[in-house]
Design a protein around this ligand. Sequence first.
Ligand SMILES: Cc1cc2nc3c(=O)[nH]c(=O)nc-3n(C[C@H](O)[C@H](O)[C@H](O)COP(=O)(O)OP(=O)(O)OC[C@H]3O[C@@H](n4cnc5c(N)ncnc54)[C@H](O)[C@@H]3O)c2cc1C
Length: 287
Amino acid sequence: MNGLLRPARRFLSRCMLPVVERAASSYVAGQTVADAMSVAERLQSRGRQFTVGYWDGLGDSPTRIVEEYIAGIRAIAGKPGTYLSIKVPSIQFSAELLRDVITEARERRVRIHFDSHSNEEATDTRTLCETFIDSGVELSYTLPGRWIRSIADAQWLIDCQLPVRVVKGQWPDTHQSERDLREGFLAVIDALAGKARHVDVASHDVTLVREAMRRLRAAGTSCQIELLYGLPMRESLALAEELKSPVRIYVPYGKAYLPYALSKLRNNPRIAWWMLRDFASSFLSAG
Ligand SMILES: Cc1cc2nc3c(=O)[nH]c(=O)nc-3n(C[C@H](O)[C@H](O)[C@H](O)COP(=O)(O)OP(=O)(O)OC[C@H]3O[C@@H](n4cnc5c(N)ncnc54)[C@H](O)[C@@H]3O)c2cc1C
């Protein structure tokens, strides 16, 4: 049965590619770093900080992805309070390729941030980050609250005093039983509070952000709110105002949620139907 399902799903993924791309396009600022910078500069003129990150897609080689990272560094160099977000599984955890990015970042004094990915990729991501910890470039790192290992990783980040972004996490913990997303997030916040150099509270869940910010501030830890371009943020911005917290917005560009969307599509073909419906309705309303 599975033998039949797999080619059928592969066929479905391929047919749905244009639909997925169209549906995902609202989550990125555009295809190019110039697109991302025009959004980022608009945000900056409204008092927001930002990070940009190239989201690669099928067919992007690691060398091509590194070129995008270097273009990103050049674009944001000299802009205070910003950094480049990168995805090291996309460059196959290559220290050689990352060295080019780090060299450029050192010259331009740009911070490099490690996004988190699947649980299986977490150890290689951490190892690569450790390789460059004394490179003279400021590094920072994402911890997903839903993984049990994030508590130990939090201690590592405290020991090396790297700024941390805490997220719920898009990928489940495959090694242990799943934790409640909010409880896991707050457990990581508690592990960092009073000890971490800086924590970015990256969530659109306003109840959770309020509590995380309260705990970090009570412990005297530097913290701020981070939001993702393309997700609803009206309530989050109102909360930031109330808490008098600066806000940084992650502005992705490139191929949208394509890698995530495709893997979700394979696991749950019903998503293809929802996307097709969204696509059809936006097509009809555009006409
Ligand atoms: C700046 C930024 C960077 C990111 N970087 C990464 C990364 O590197 N790696 C990664 O894997 N992911 C990353 N993410 C994505 C993140 O892991 C989440 O998948 C995504 O942000 C959605 O979760 P959320 O916390 O924003 O809120 P959601 O879970 O989408 O919640 C939003 C809404 O649902 C409500 N809600 C949620 N849970 C509950 C509940 N239990 N009870 C009642 N109401 C609830 C909230 O009130 C809110 O209105 C990032 C996100 C941001 C904002």
